[in-house]
Design a protein around this ligand. Structure first.
Ligand code: MLT
Length: 261
């Protein structure tokens, strides 16, 4: 897996396919491996660049905070090093928070946005407290109990046992310190309404019909904020439509990027 060094810290990424660049930012608590179907068979005319956020997968954590802005800064540095001036930027769930943070930091780098099973809203006080409880629990007991709890909520009813098992294993592989740091980073994220209502580029918002973590209403809210956005509701999917319905997801990406290929 290729990597770059950012302030002495390894930052790993996958880079597959040829065509218009699409940065795919992963959710919590996964790694770029959660984009396996898109990496194995990139959408037509699309170069998929999928980094591991700091501390996840093969990337090192380092000492700084794991805010959504920090993850976004890393992705922007990767684009710089790859000589890519602007790209489609997409993310699933926490990856969507990072995509929105990146848009706030440097909107000129965003050729189009792909927001998948995510939300524009910040956590309320109770949500922030739950993130802190999660962080402490992961620090003391590891990622196992979090993975067990999440597994019951991630998928729609049609997801296969093999897929559930694969994602369970991926969550359990992650570094507890990185998972705790990302949980605290999500707690401190700000509402993205301002970013989305200012954003004037192409934007597709995707949500699994059966998502119970960031349900359809959250996607509809974002759709209302981004002028000209497309809303795609994926039947037979929960929180991870790119894994549950990879062929449908592929078509969605190809429709978003088509004008550029
Ligand atoms: C994710 O899938 O990245 C997380 O569920 C996002 C969140 O907890 O808000």
């Amino acid at each position: 897996m290729p990597s770059i060094s950012i302030e002495g810290r390894r930052y790993a990424y996958e880079d597959r396919g040829t065509g218009v660049p699409l940065v795919l930012l992963h959710g919590f608590p996964f790694s770029s491996a959660s984009y396996a179907p898109q990496l194995e068979r990139p959408p037509q005319g699309v170069r998929v660049i999928a980094p591991d956020h700091r501390g996840f997968g093969a990337s090192e954590l380092g000492g700084g905070p794991s805010t959504m802005e920090a993850f976004a800064e890393d992705a922007l540095t990767l684009l710089d090093r790859l000589g890519i001036s602007d790209a489609f930027v997409g993310g699933v769930s926490m990856g969507g928070y990072v995509a929105m943070a990146l848009t706030r930091l440097d909107p000129g780098r965003v050729r189009g946005l792909l927001l998948v099973d995510t939300q524009s809203l910040a956590d309320d006080a109770a949500g922030q407290e739950r993130r802190e409880v999660t962080a402490r629990d992961v620090e003391t007991r590891g990622v196992g109990p979090l993975a067990e709890g999440m597994l019951t909520r991630l998928f729609g009813p049609q997801a296969s046992p093999a897929l559930r098992q694969q994602i369970d294993a991926l969550m359990r592989e992650q570094n507890p310190a990185a998972v705790a740091a990302a949980s605290r980073g999500m707690a401190s994220r700000t509402d993205a309404k301002d970013i989305l209502s200012r954003y004037a580029g192409r934007c597709t918002i995707v949500v699994g019909r059966d998502d119970v973590i960031t349900p359809v209403e959250r996607a509809q809210l974002m759709h209302g904020l981004v002028a000209g956005s497309v809303l795609e509701i994926v039947e037979g999917a929960g929180h991870l439509p790119h894994l549950e319905q990879p062929e449908v997801f592929r078509g969605i990406v190809e429709r978003l990027t088509a004008a550029y290929t």
